[in-house]
Design a protein around this ligand. Structure first.
Ligand code: SAM
Length: 614
C-alpha cells in the first residue's frame, strides 16, 4: 500500500542512509511498513539505512513518489557502479559512430526537422519528450528522426505521416498514431515504452518501441514486406509490426517469451474478449474458492492440500512455501486451472495476466533482479482480483491500440512466432526484407531468463519446459560444459578484433575468467552462425538492425560492437552506420544496477545485404 505523503524533501546535506532513516521515522513508519510500501524486503531497507547498499533507481523513484525528495544519480546503486576501463584496443578499432556531436552542439545546431509532402516542406513537430527531454537523449532522438526521414520515400505519404516515431504531428496533417497511443503529456521528459500492449509484462532487456518504429520507417517496411526478429524476447518488434500492419516472423527459444509475444502482438480485433474472459475468470475463481475452502479460513489451508487438490496443475518445486503464501499458491493454482480449461488466445491472455502479476503474488523482493525469494511474506494476496484487473488493463491497451492504429494495424495472423533456436531454424533464401533484433549480449543469458522463475514453475503445464533445460541451445548460456560447434569457423579466426581482444586481455588466462572467456567465445561463434543465416534469409538490399551491448571480461570491456561488425561483414552484410547510445527505456524494470554494472555501452548496428555472401 502506498501512503500519500506531504512533499517535504529531506535536506540534501546528509548521506542517503541517514536521510532515509529520518524520513521513515518522521512518518512514524516501522522498517517493515516502509519496506512493504516500497516493495522491498525489510533487510534491503536495513542495508540502505546502514549505508551498506544504495537504493536502485526503481526504489528511488518509489521513494520520490512517497515524498522523500529527489535523489541524485550517485545516491542510487547506479552511482556506485565503478566506471569500467575501456578494452585495450587502438582507437582505430572502435566503430565510426553515427553520433559525433556533443549534446549542446546538437541542441543549438539542429533546426526543427521538415518533411517533403507533395513537393512542399512541412514542419515536423517532435514529441514532447524529444522537445523537453534530457540533453543526453537529444542527439540520439535526432539521429532516429533523421534516419526515418531518409526511409519515408519508400512509403505512401498518407501512411508515413501517421507512422512516424518520436513525432507528435506533421504541420497541417494531424497527429501520428504513436502520439495518439502513447498520449504523452506536453511536459513529458521521457518517452513511455509501455504504450499499447508493450507494457503488459515485465521484461528486463526490452528495447524501446520508438527505436523499432523509427527503424521500420527507415527501412521502408510495409504490408508486403517480411520483418524477422530471430531473438524475439518480449516481442517489441512484433508488436510494432502488428500496429503498423507489417508481416512478422519471430524466433525465440524461451517459451515464456513466446507467450508474451503472441499475447502482446496477436490480440483480437475485438478487444471485448478481454472483458469477457475477465468476467468468466472472476466467476470461476469465486466459485472454486468457495468450493475448496468451505467454512475454513485460508490460513488453515496448507500448500500440500493445494498440491493434491483435483484440478491443480502445478507440481511441487524447491522452496514452494517460501515463494508463495498458502493464499497466493491456492490462487495461482485456481488461475492455472481456469487458463488451461481455455484454448487459443483466451488461454494466452489469462496466462500472461497471471505471469505478469507473479512478482506481486509471490514473495519476491522487487529490488533484486535474480530469482530470489524475500524473507517477508506478502500478506493479503488476492490473485483473483489481480488477474482480473490485469485482464481489464489489457482490454484498455488493446482497445486503444486498435482505435489509434485503425488505419495501419494488420490482422493478428500477420504475426508468426516460432519457439526454436535461431540456429536450428531455416527460412527460404532471400525471403526477408529486414531484421530488427537484439540478441543476448553474451554470457548470463540463462540467469536473465530465470528472473521469471515463478512463472516457469507455475505455468509449466502450458510452457512445458524451463529455459535452463535448453541451456545448450541458448545463446549466451553460462552453463555450457563444452564448446558447441555451429558449422561456421571460429569467430576468433574471422574477426581481428575478437582475436586481438582475447589474445591481449586474457592471453595468460586468469583462472577466474576461464569459463566466462569460453562462454564469450562461444557467444561470438554463435553470432557468426546467426549472421550467416540472416545474410542468406535477407533479400539483396535488405537491412539488419542489430542491437548489442558491450559486456566485460574482468576489468576490460569486450568490443562486442566491433566484433559483431566484422563477423557480419564476413557474411556479406555491409556495415552502414552505428548509433551508440545506452538504451535506457525509461521502463523502470530495466533500470537495474545489475544491468548498469555489466553492460558498458549499447550500439544499434545497421547493415545492408550486398550482392552475395563473401
Ligand atoms: C535481449 S533479448 C531480446 C529482447 C527484445 N528485443 C525485446 O525488446 O524484448 C534476447 C532473447 O534471445 C533469446 N535467445 C537466446 N538464445 C536464443 C536462440 N538460440 N534462438 C532464439 N532465441 C534465443 C533469449 O531467450 C532472449 O529472449
Amino acid at each position: 500500500m502506498i501512503r500519500t505523503a506531504k512533499k517535504t524533501p529531506a535536506p540534501l546535506t546528509q548521506p542517503i542512509s541517514g536521510r532515509l532513516r529520518e524520513f521513515r521515522e518522521s512518518r512514524g513508519l516501522s522498517r517493515a511498513a516502509l519496506a512493504n510500501d516500497l516493495g522491498v524486503s525489510t533487510i534491503t531497507l536495513y542495508r540502505w539505512e546502514t549505508g551498506s547498499t544504495k537504493p536502485s533507481p526503481l526504489a528511488a523513484e518509489r521513494l520520490e513518489a512517497l515524498g522523500f525528495g529527489t535523489f541524485s544519480e550517485h545516491e542510487t546503486s547506479i552511482g556506485s557502479v565503478p566506471r569500467l576501463k575501456l578494452a585495450r584496443l587502438d582507437s582505430t578499432d572502435r566503430l565510426a559512430l553515427g553520433i559525433t556531436q556533443t549534446h549542446s552542439q546538437a541542441r543549438s545546431a539542429s533546426p526543427e526537422p521538415t518533411l517533403d509532402v507533395n513537393g512542399s516542406a512541412k514542419l515536423v513537430v517532435t514529441s514532447p519528450f524529444v522537445r523537453n527531454g534530457p540533453p543526453d537523449q537529444e542527439a540520439f532522438h535526432r539521429k532516429l528522426i533523421d534516419l526515418q526521414m531518409q526511409g519515408t520515400s519508400a512509403l505512401p505519404a498518407n501512411n508515413i505521416l501517421r507512422r512516424l516515431s518520436l513525432v507528435q504531428e506533421v504541420q497541417g496533417y494531424g497527429s501520428t498514431a504513436q502520439h495518439e497511443l502513447e498520449q504523452p503529456k506536453l511536459t513529458a521528459l521521457h518517452w513511455n515504452s509501455n504504450y499499447g500492449s508493450h507494457g503488459w509484462h515485465r521484461y528486463v532487456g526490452r528495447f524501446p518501441p520508438h527505436v523499432v518504429r523509427s527503424l521500420l520507417n527507415y527501412f521502408g517496411a510495409h504490408s508486403n514486406s517480411l520483418v524477422c526478429d530471430p531473438f524475439v524476447g518480449s516481442g517489441t518488434t512484433a508488436v510494432e509490426c502488428r500496429l503498423l500492419g507489417i508481416p512478422f516472423f519471430g524466433i525465440e527459444i524461451c517459451p515464456l517469451s513466446c507467450l508474451m509475444t503472441r499475447t502482446k502482438a496477436q490480440f483480437p480485433k475485438n478487444a471485448r474478449l478481454f472483458l469477457d474472459v475477465a468476467d468468466s475468470f472472476s466467476a470461476f475463481y469465486a466459485e472454486r474458492l468457495k468450493l475448496i475452502l468451505g467454512k475454513r479460513q485460508i490460513k488453515d489451508f496448507s500448500h500440500q492440500e493445494t498440491l493434491s487438490r483435483p484440478g491443480n496443475l502445478i507440481p511441487t518445486f524447491a522452496n514452494l512455501e517460501r515463494w508463495f503464501t498458502t493464499e497466493a499458491f491456492l490462487g495461482v493454482s485456481i488461475a492455472m486451472e481456469f487458463a488451461m480449461s481455455l484454448d487459443g488466445y483466451s488461454r494466452d491472455a489469462v496466462l500472461l495476466a497471471l505471469s505478469s502479476r507473479m512478482r506481486s503474488i509471490g514473495n519476491v523482493d522487487v529490488d533484486v533482479v535474480r530469482a530470489e525469494y524475500s524473507r517477508e511474506q506478502r500478506q493479503a494476496v488476492d490473485v483473483g482480483r489481480m488477474v482480473s484487473q490485469q485482464l481489464r488493463k489489457m482490454f484498455s491497451g488493446a482497445a486503444l491500440s486498435l482505435k489509434t492504429h485503425a488505419d495501419l494495424i494488420g490482422k493478428p495472423s500477420i504475426i508468426d512466432v516460432r519457439e526454436a533456436s535461431v540456429l536450428d531454424t531455416e527460412l527460404p533464401d532471400g525471403s526477408v526484407d529486414c531484421v530488427i533484433t537484439s540478441p543476448p549480449y553474451g554470457v548470463e543469458a540463462i540467469s536473465y531468463l530465470r528472473t521469471h522463475l515463478l512463472s516457469y514453475r507455475s505455468l509449466v503445464a502450458h510452457l512445458k519446459h524451463d529455459p535452463y533445460e535448453a541451456r545448450d541451445k541458448t545463446i549466451g548460456s553460462e552453463y555450457l560444459d563444452k564448446i558447441v560447434p555451429r558449422g561456421t569457423p571460429p569467430a576468433i579466426d574471422v574477426s581481428s578484433a575478437c582475436k586481438k581482444f582475447f589474445a591481449l586481455s586474457h592471453g595468460e588466462v586468469n583462472p577466474k575468467y576461464v569459463t566466462r572467456r569460453a562462454g564469450m567465445l562461444q557467444f561470438f561463434d554463435d553470432m557468426l552462425a546467426t549472421g550467416e543465416r540472416l545474410s542468406r534469409w535477407l533479400k539483396i538490399g535488405g537491412h539488419v538492425a542489430f542491437i548489442v551491448g558491450n559486456k566485460r571480461l574482468g576489468d576490460d570491456v569486450i568490443p562486442t560492437d566491433v566484433i559483431v561488425r566484422q563477423l557480419f561483414e564476413s557474411c556479406g552484410l555491409a556495415f552502414v552506420t552505428a548509433i551508440q547510445h545506452k538504451l535506457k527505456t525509461n521502463n523502470s524494470n530495466s533500470q537495474v544496477p545489475w544491468q548498469e554494472r555489466i553492460i558498458q555501452e549499447e550500439s544499434i548496428l545497421i547493415f545492408k545485404k550486398t550482392a552475395g555472401v563473401l
